[in-house]
Design a protein. Structure first.
Length: 213
């Protein structure tokens, strides 16, 4: 049986996205800087169908993050489309392009029903209106013996922690101060963590925690 885990980039002051998020700026003001450590990384570029990139201590961390994943979970904002009813334009299928980098079933938390969306490369989005518990149960069934990853955003990870459904949390802590935005670990209750490992790399420190039961 696999576990439920997540990894996410955060600022020093605890934000996973900057203020004033919008369709034009899905990561908010300054939020793109949270991912500078990954964009030029060889493993990140390979996962997104690009060539080149550098190898450093973050490469093995990225390998570990994407290995053994059988299903994913994300929030509506991370999939795209903004709040409210789904856009009427049938040609728009989220932020992730024609071939998203997931290559597994992905369960999207939303308040609005939508038919499953099958994309190139093995990614199939399922839109879940029954809450995080239902999404995690479906994702575990789909993943089989592999792991489920909670991709984000912060609110989705917070919901998973609050419900006691997350086994492992990895923070990619970047030397960025955003001063506002979407805060991680907000109102999650009495969650107890144990450090599993820490890796220092250019522009980021990777800290993996086990969630204690």
């Amino acid at each position: 049986m696999g576990i439920v885990r997540c990894h996410i980039s955060v600022s020093v002051d605890g934000y996973a996205a900057g203020p004033s998020q919008s369709s034009e700026h899905p990561l908010g003001e300054g939020g793109e800087r949270l991912h500078d450590w990954a964009i030029n990384l060889d493993r990140w570029r390979q996962a997104h169908g690009k060539e080149g990139g550098e190898t450093n201590a973050s490469s093995a961390v990225m390998d570990e993050a994407i290995a053994g994943v059988g299903a994913g979970i994300m929030g509506r904002n991370m999939f795209g489309g903004g709040p409210g009813a789904w856009p009427e334009d049938p040609s728009w299928d989220g932020w992730w392009g024609e071939e998203p980098p997931f290559h597994v079933p992905v369960f999207v938390l939303t308040h609005h029903e939508r038919e499953p969306l099958e994309m190139a490369g093995g990614t199939k989005f399922h839109f879940m209106t029954g809450g995080v518990e239902s999404a995690v149960a479906k994702a575990k069934d789909a993943a089989g013996d592999q792991d489920v990853t909670v991709a984000g955003g912060a609110d989705t990870i917070n919901q998973t922690l609050r419900a006691g459904l997350l086994d492992e949390l990895e923070l990619h802590v970047t030397p960025v101060i955003l001063g506002g935005g979407e805060r991680l670990l907000d109102d999650v209750g009495d969650v107890r963590l144990e450090v599993a490992r820490a890796v220092e790399a250019p522009g980021v420190t990777h800290i993996k925690y086990r969630v204690m039961r």
